[in-house]
Design a protein around this ligand. Structure first.
Ligand code: URA
Length: 285
């Protein structure tokens, strides 16, 4: 503790946590959960467990469908009854279908508690830009800056995206931007397949209601989720395809995610090619 009184050591410890992806405090005080469960067991008169034995019987891994049926443990910040992911996905589908406008969709998302990410996120990140725009861009999930301000793509990757758009004469008045997942995954981890499946009906409805003429998927997770493909982004980028949503086939171009381009600037030339293709298609449509 005395060490933490030194601001330099405290700052370096914080940086170490940040670098490891721990950038979120769920509580002001640390909890020894092992001690808590020992106390609870003692109160219920359960004798203390023996130490781990070397031979632990292994059960087969559950298959994905069973996994979807099993209730998730509720996150620390939300101790309400856990919702099984399949049930959550069904509720999401019904709620998304019930929204007749983008404002209604935002409202149902605000009230939806079926995605565990909501418990750790600061706020919902619904969309930015112009919902009437002919071009819609869809990313993966909000990061820390987006989580703080409630708008997609406003951090470093977002600033690069703005520059890319400007290069073809567009800004946020000319595009509508959203993410597949509307809450920030803690530490910017990739959303799990369950979280993505639960959020999918909402982004599909958002696309349907915005009804863009063209869609651009940013990066592999958004491309794979919306197009239902398994190909890596290097294979799918730059190839026009179509995304079937609400009975409409929307011309869709997958491209590289700006966060990836920040790490691999040499690939910006590929993204530039994709942007030119988008501009050409916009001009022709
Ligand atoms: N990355 C995304 O996919 N979306 C954002 O909103 C920000 C970063």
């Amino acid at each position: 503790m005395a060490l933490l009184a030194d601001p330099e050591i405290a700052a370096s410890l914080l940086r170490w946590h940040l670098d490891a992806g721990v950038d979120l405090a769920l509580d002001d005080h640390p909890h020894d959960r092992f001690a808590e469960s020992r106390e609870q067991s003692a109160r219920r008169g359960v004798p203390e467990r023996e130490p781990l034995r070397p031979h632990v019987e292994r059960r087969p891994l559950p298959i994905a469908e069973e996994d979807m049926r099993r209730p998730r443990p509720a996150p620390a910040a939300q101790r309400a009854a856990p919702v099984a992911p399949l049930e959550a996905a069904e509720t999401a589908r019904a709620l998304a279908a019930s929204a007749r406008t983008l404002d209604e969709l935002r409202a149902v998302l605000e009230s939806f508690d079926g995605c565990a990410l909501k418990a750790t996120a600061t706020r919902l990140v619904f969309a930015d830009g112009n919902p009437q725009a002919p071009l819609m861009l869809v990313g993966e999930a909000p990061g820390a800056d987006e989580d703080r301000q409630g708008k997609p793509f406003i951090g470093r990757a977002g600033r690069l995206l703005d520059k890319m758009l400007l290069a073809i004469g567009l800004d946020r008045r000319h595009v509508y931007i959203a993410n597949v997942v509307a809450w920030r995954p803690p530490g910017n981890r990739t959303p799990t397949p369950q979280e993505t499946a639960i959020c999918l009906p909402f982004i599909q409805r958002q696309i349907e209601l915005a009804a863009p003429r063209l869609l651009v998927t940013l990066g592999a997770p958004s491309t794979q989720t919306l197009l239902g493909v398994k190909d890596g982004i290097m294979r799918s980028r730059g190839r026009w395809t179509s995304c079937s949503i609400g009975g409409r086939a929307i011309p869709t171009l997958p491209t590289l995610h700006p966060a990836y381009l920040l790490r691999q600037p040499a690939h910006k030339r590929l993204a530039w090619r994709d942007l030119l293709a988008v501009k050409k298609a916009l001009d022709a449509s």
